[in-house]
Design a binder for this molecule. Structure first.
Ligand SMILES: C[S@@+](CC[C@H](N)C(=O)[O-])C[C@H]1O[C@@H](n2cnc3c(N)ncnc32)[C@H](O)[C@@H]1O
Length: 285
């Protein structure tokens, strides 16, 4: 089967994420309560300080751009860039509620950044870079727009076996329909899961002081049902697959997922481990 072009992948991504924007707004509080510490980690790894000009890539509904804006304060600014206008509209509403006037959201593609060279003191990105068809090109763009001495800090998903909340869903889907074996080089949730994947691309782009850590944590759900609902309303790649299923197939997928997830019951909650690869690098001075 012919591989989709980069342009087609980007267009599909835009549509997929616009489709789940309502879900992200609905689950915003839950997500923030469960994962805000990742924003703090990114803000620290990017060495954000008062007065800095920051770019957040694949901002979606505003993570970690909003924390970045609070950190750089009124003398600094954050630009949040994303393909999906509907995700960004939600981010804009949150910025307004927080009274932040130093953050702006704009649509654009990470592989062709619409900014002058050396225009940002730092770059952050949470759960975006693995979805790009041409990650080395994005790494080169990041290196271009950073000022000398500036840091990029990015979070991407680690391996599926360490992320049962995502791996279980894919396994359940595979039990109901046949999926082609995943192409390890194709964009997707686990494209940057291996140690060194993203770090090497950043080095190739000329960045230095590259640091990488697998960051282990947990998130917790009230029930297997809550987990299933959040998954189908938030995870664009999974929603995209399920959209083509018949009601019977959907019931079957849900049954497999609920069964598999139940083994993570701890007390009265479902507690799932997750693993994120945190990568930081610096543009040489
Ligand atoms: C999982 S969401 C992460 C959103 C946010 N950073 C967070 O952590 O909550 C991935 C985001 O990456 C965006 N994205 C995917 N490919 C992109 C590209 N080529 N350029 C810009 N944004 C992209 C999607 O539109 C989506 O909003």
């Amino acid at each position: 089967m012919a591989q989709p072009s980069s342009q087609q992948i980007i267009e599909d991504q835009r549509q997929d994420w616009n489709r789940v924007a309502g879900g992200w707004e609905k689950w915003d509080r839950f997500f923030d309560e469960q994962m805000a510490f990742l924003n703090h980690r990114l803000v620290a790894d990017a060495r954000l300080r008062s007065g800095m000009r920051v770019l957040d890539l694949g901002s979606g509904t505003g993570y970690p751009a909003l924390l970045g804006a609070q950190t750089v304060g009124p003398s600094g600014s954050v630009t949040g860039l994303d393909l999906a206008a509907d995700m960004l509209a939600a981010a804009g509403r949150k910025a307004k509620r927080l009274g932040l006037s130093n953050v702006a959201f704009r649509t654009g593609d990470v592989t062709t950044l619409p900014f002058e060279a050396a225009s940002f003191d730092a770059v952050t990105s949470r759960f975006c870079l693995m979805f790009l068809p041409e990650i080395p090109k994005a790494a080169a763009e990041i290196a271009r727009v950073l000022k000398p001495g500036g840091w990029i800090a990015a979070a991407v998903w680690s391996a599926p076996e360490k992320n049962p909340s995502l791996g279980i869903a894919m396994n359940a889907i595979k039990q109901v329909v046949e999926l082609p074996p995943p192409d390890p080089a194709a964009p997707g949730i686990f494209r940057l899961a291996q140690p060194g994947d993203l770090a090497d691309m950043l080095r190739q782009a000329g960045l230095t002081d590259v640091a990488e850590q697998e960051f282990l944590a947990e998130w917790s759900y009230a029930s297997a049902d809550e987990y299933y609902t959040s998954l189908t309303e938030l995870a664009a790649p999974i929603q995209n697959l399920l959209a083509k299923f018949s009601p019977d197939q959907l019931r079957e997928v849900k049954r497999h997922i609920v069964q598999a997830i139940s083994r993570f019951q701890r007390g009265d909650r479902i507690t799932l481990p997750f693993a994120v690869r945190m990568v930081a690098a610096r543009k040489p001075v």
